[in-house]
Design a protein around this ligand. Sequence first.
Ligand code: IMO
Ligand code: MG
Length: 337
Amino acid sequence: MIADIVVDLQYGDCGKGKIAHVLCKEEKYTHVIRYNGGCNAGHTIYHNGEKFITHHIPCGVFFGIKSIIGPGCVVHPDSFFKEIEDLESRGIQAKELVKVAANAHLITDFHRIQDSEESDIGTTRRGNGPAYRDKYARKGVRAIDDPRFSNYIVNMYEEIYENEDFQQKEIKILFEGAQGFGLDIDWGDYPFVTSSHCTVGSAILNGVPPKFIRNTWGVAKIYETYVGAKNFEGPDEIFESIRELGEEYGSTTGRPRQINWLDFDLLKMAARINGINNLVINKVDILEKLKSWCLYSGPTLYEFNNKEDMEFWIKSKLLLEVDEDIQVFFSGDKEFI
Ligand code: IMO
Ligand code: MG
């Protein structure tokens, strides 16, 4: 067995969907597994020139790859079935390809009501927090308990360890994460966090041990965005322009994302804790349009003359301070699609 992981190093919305989509196109994965979160996620994917936004469903469906919502996830049935239908109506064979782990937990409509009433940290109001709360309180309902899922259920253990289809052929998994390091329940800026784990540790919890992990792809942006109730945006007027040019509005809730300069120390911490060996820094073209190149390291704001200087600074610091073997790629917003 071999597994690659796509993990977000900032506050979500860094382009995980794009990278997962590219990897699916290039690698012959047998499975794509979503390892955390629920329909709070919104992954924007361009497939054959068309724009798709997925919430629950992993991007393997675009390439005929079995796509599993893993045990670490929570699923809202109505949203799940709507997403399946929407994909089917656009020619994607989601019904045949998507599976839900028997032990994934359900988000009920009551969880959504609770989330809307309780949300003071600016959640997506999709019921995630209350669903995980009930899971850990041992009061949750699992996918296997809901007859509507009967055609979709998969037992993760049997699927990856006792599957006769893979006696001759190696299992090759892509783990597609949701949310990001800054939103992680343990490492994020608590309480302004989501309710699941958003690091590589979370992927491993879905049944694949560390010895099978091959590549870990960290995904970040050249500036930062965050959606939620804390005060995040800097005072600089340029952030308004970045929001417009970068189309920084939530793909799940439509809320404007708050913008700030890249926080290098957070990126370094996320790179270390996730043990990434590949890093994609997206949306460099947005700053290129504005000819503004800044980042924070601690409280210090560094300003660079051009793209090359900023890229060189980031890359050399990461290789020196984190791991000299990390492959760093800088990418424009719609590159690789
Ligand atoms: P993707 O996968 C960006 C944020 C919410 C809120 C906090 C908690 O597209 O990167 P929750 O509904 O999870 O209880 O909200 O987390 N949040 C995200 N921000 N991208 C996401 O997903 C997010 N999922 C949750 O805005 O601040
Ligand atoms: Mg998103």
